[in-house]
Ligand binder design. Structure first.
Ligand SMILES: *[C@@H]1O[C@H](CO)[C@@H](O)[C@H](O)[C@H]1NC(C)=O
Length: 578
């Protein structure tokens, strides 16, 4: 046990000292954040402003929180390589603005029998007196998944560098009838109506995916409720459950323990089958959760994101009274390519989350701090895009950009009928890709495009009429994103709940070398794609607006910016520790 810890420590020390050396070079070149680094030509997929550790594998966000002026971000990390590892630990980074990060020592790693084979995902909770604690999953000596508690060693250290495992660990073990590797990812805990703590743990029993509910008076002794908070037949194991209240009257966030409040609804999010699904409902005083629209596990359920986005976790940011969501964006290329470049996995730009005015769905928007990276604004308004036209947005770094566009449509009477059998938006987007011309649409953006358009990722809309109303489809078509055939090019799609007769159709895309995060209708519908262009890299990437429908559309407004690099530095004290 001790031996393996020393081994890991040595490996960490070694890899970090190498990184510090490497970083010294990067930082000198990037001393002024307005200077653009040209990324090394062998690393065209490394991002400029998305969170990434200096190297190796990263997956789930863990325990995000705000403490004493500092944002903390922990993450599932393999210190030994660019693929998921035999021993997983908690990487740890800190920030004052959710944009620029300092990578510090790993926070939670195997030390005890209850976590000696890995420290998997978990969440932070604030105990009374502003005391953060972590619940996390350990892989014990028998490789069983158990839940553990860790507390900061020194609450006066705003970086919370050291964590101490509770002597009572494990504090939860697998329920009877649940397999040893189907019990993980405790949520942030909240205070129930009776003043006792509640927490969710993801699991699966036989064919039933479940979010188990536990309660505790002291945070150490936990008792499971007989019934899960939510469940569904025939899913993979439920992962990373998240629970939080949302205000019905304000876009401000609420503390997770703000449950007892008449002006709130409750969100339960669970991950299974590789997708993060959410429901909006009400938690009763007796801990019954009643979703307004139950999960069916199909394409019409509500998802945070209809592209790549998983294992997400939110936290309440009391500095800005908002709820902030983190989500892991995995790779979509071949493992051998991940190994060759030495890293895998990104985090989406943190998103503020609130309840839409209609009370039926959430809205997500990149945290405002990311706008500090904008420069070289290009803008125009009231430009008509005729049917079959294309227009280049020049003057920005198209490989690292933030672009907002909104479209106004007239004569909607001309819209095509939606066939009643077209109920699956993703299927519709793959059958009606960017090359399939309609009346209203496809229109939108071609991002990370080569100058001859051989490579392009198309994010676009189509508008149909249906029973006197209009249906807006949003797609992200990756089929021509790369001339390489060794990458996944799934087309994504979703319906957007807006009325194009009375509202403009807006799109914002955050483009960053190998990721495009798109927000339709001011954040009502999100689609994230990973792409690996070979031609449209760095300065050879272009951005276009287009309209391939037969009817013209009006760009009422376009704003585009180059994005500066975020600073991601390795804390120097690590080199002295090494
Ligand atoms: C706790 O952290 C504070 C602030 O970083 C530091 O000044 C103090 O020395 C630390 N205490 C111990 C016991 O390490």
């Amino acid at each position: 046990m001790k031996k393996s810890f020393i081994f890991i420590s040595l490996l960490l020390a070694l890899c970090y000292s190498l990184l510090v050396l490497h970083h010294g070079f990067v930082d000198a070149a990037d001393a002024d954040s307005s200077v653009h680094l040209s990324l090394p030509s062998d690393q065209p997929y490394r991002t400029g402003y998305h969170f990434q550790p200096p190297q190796n594998w990263m997956n789930d966000p863990n325990g995000p929180m705000y403490y004493k002026g500092v944002y903390h971000f922990f993450y599932q990390y393999n210190p030994n390589g660019p693929l998921f590892g035999d021993i997983m630990i908690w990487g740890h980074s800190v920030s004052y603005d959710l944009v620029n990060w300092i990578h510090i020592d790993p926070a939670i790693y195997p030390t005890d029998p209850a976590d000696i084979n890995s420290c998997f995902s978990g969440s932070a909770t604030f105990l009374p007196g502003y005391k953060p604690v972590m619940l996390y999953t350990g892989l014990d000596t028998e490789k069983r998944q158990v839940q553990n508690l860790a507390v900061p060693k020194n609450l006066s250290d705003p970086f919370l560098r050291e964590w101490v495992k509770h002597k009572a660990n494990p504090i939860m073990t697998t329920p009877e009838g649940v397999k040893a590797d189907d019990f993980r990812d405790p949520s942030t805990a909240w205070l129930g109506y009776d003043g006792k703590w509640r927490v969710l743990v993801g699991s699966k029993k036989n064919d039933l995916g479940v979010a188990y509910l536990y309660q505790s008076k002291d945070f150490v002794k936990w008792e499971r409720f007989d019934y899960p908070l939510m469940s569904m037949m025939e899913t993979s194991t439920w992962e990373c459950p998240d629970f939080f209240p949302v205000s019905v009257s304000s876009t401000n966030g609420l503390d997770t323990s703000g449950v007892i409040n008449p002006g709130v609804k409750h969100v339960v999010k669970v991950g299974f089958n590789g997708i993060d699904w959410y429901t909006i409902g009400t938690l009763s005083e007796r801990d019954n959760y009643v979703p307004e629209n139950g999960l069916k596990g199909n394409s019409l359920d509500m998802r945070y994101d209809y592209g790549k986005f998983y294992a997400s976790k939110s936290f309440y940011d009391n500095a800005k009274q908002r709820r902030v969501l983190w989500g892991w964006i995995s790779e979509a290329d071949a493992q051998e390519d991940d190994v060759a470049r030495g890293w895998s996995g990104l985090q989406a730009v943190p998103r503020s989350v609130w309840l839409d005015r209609n009370g039926k769905q959430l809205v997500q928007w990149p945290v405002e701090e990311i706008e500090k990276l904008r420069e070289n604004e290009v803008k125009f308004s009231n430009k008509e895009l005729e049917g079959g036209s294309l227009f280049e947005v020049e003057g920005i770094t198209a490989s690292q950009a933030d672009v907002k566009i909104s479209f106004k449509l007239s004569n909607l009477e001309e819209a095509e009928e939606l066939d009643p059998s077209w109920t699956d938006p993703q299927l519709l987007c793959s059958e009606m890709g960017v090359s399939s011309k309609g009346k209203y649409g496809p229109f939108g953006l071609l991002a990370l495009a080569s100058d001859d358009l051989t490579e392009q990722t198309a994010i676009f809309f189509r508008v149909f009429s249906s029973h006197g109303k209009y249906v807006v489809l949003m797609c992200s078509d990756q089929r021509r994103s790369s001339i390489s055939n060794n990458v996944e090019k799934t087309t994504y799609g979703t319906f957007v709940d807006i009325d194009p007769k009375h509202e403009e159709i807006s799109l914002r895309s955050l483009i960053d070398h190998s990721i495009i995060e798109s927000f339709g209708a001011e954040g009502k519908s999100c689609i994230t794609a990973r792409v690996y262009p070979r031609l449209a890299i760095n300065k050879d990437a272009h951005l276009y607006t287009f309209n391939y429908g037969s009817e013209s559309v009006m760009i009422s407004e376009l704003n585009a910016w180059s994005m500066k690099n975020a600073h991601m530095i390795v804390d120097e004290t690590l080199s002295s520790a090494a």
